[in-house]
Design a binder for this molecule. Structure first.
Ligand SMILES: [Zn+2]
Length: 265
């Protein structure tokens, strides 16, 4: 294969690859605030690169990334856990009041309509396995994609699956955060110019989640650090770790896709 990128392939190439491995990947994620040091497309870019690397191993093709993702208003509990004094504020996703820009979040019903049309077209192309690679952890996004996967798998000749894009290379690593060390490392690996850590204050100053819109997995899980500051610090990121995080995610993706494809055939 010359490339796995669908948009760069000609019809005969797409059809030949489909005859060999009937798999197509679609990476999904929002244009979203990831702190001042990180690019807006962090989630879909990471998911798309994971899909490109996975497709080279499993076969199949990769659609251009879908820059669409959802968020809802934060709960009073999450706002308290993150360190906000006023837990009655209306804060959507990662858009804390201090941010210089808002994220481009779409309502769940709009994500549902867009992904539904992608699936309808890919079913019409007679793909046996359609893989939605999700780069974004919002619960509304996850249930929307899962619902469509179940519906299409049961009402069409295609199997549709959802897989998360990112993984851990160290089983003791608990970085499941937003714009923390893991995501920052991956962006550094993809393109050093994507990240500018000088946009953050120098250490040892701590990063308060309420100031920067950078939040640890501990806080999302209801176990926030006492000082409400980021534990998996993006300033500790490096490209080598990013390569290992991405490789762990790709290994997982290859594993679940390979098993799903073997189960069909
Ligand atoms: Zn992210």
């Amino acid at each position: 294969m010359r490339t796995v990128q669908f948009e760069r392939l000609r019809p005969a190439e797409i059809l030949a690859e489909k005859a060999r491995r009937s798999i197509v990947y679609l990476a999904v994620g929002p244009l979203e605030w990831h702190g001042p040091a990180m690019p807006y497309g962090t989630d879909p870019l990471a998911a798309w690169h994971a899909a490109l690397l996975a497709a080279r191993r499993t076969g199949g093709v990769v659609l251009p990334p879908l820059y669409v993702g959802t968020e809802r208003e934060r709960s009073a509990k999450l706002l308290r856990d993150a360190g906000f004094a006023d837990d009655s504020q209306y804060i959507v996703g990662m858009d804390v009041p201090n941010n210089s820009m808002k994220s481009l979040y779409w309502p769940e019903e709009v994500l549902g309509v867009i992904v539904r049309e992608y699936l309808r077209l890919l079913v019409a192309q007679e793909y046996q396995l359609i893989v939605l690679v999700n780069g974004h952890g919002a619960s509304g996004q996850i249930v929307t994609l899962d619902r469509l996967a179940i519906e299409f798998s049961n009402t069409t000749a295609s199997r549709v699956m959802v897989a998360m894009a990112l993984g851990h290379f160290d089983p003791d690593d608990r970085d499941m955060g937003h714009a923390t060390r893991l995501e920052t490392s991956i962006q550094m690996y993809l393109d050093a110019d994507n990240v500018d850590l000088s946009q953050l204050p120098a250490k040892p100053e701590k990063l308060r989640s309420t100031d920067w819109g950078i939040i640890d997995g501990f806080t999302f899980d209801g176990n926030p650090p006492q000082d409400k500051c980021v534990v998996y610090d993006p300033r500790d990121a490096d490209a080598d770790m990013g390569a290992r995080y991405l490789a762990a995610g790709v290994d997982h993706l290859v594993d679940v896709v390979t098993r799903a494809y073997q189960a069909i055939r």
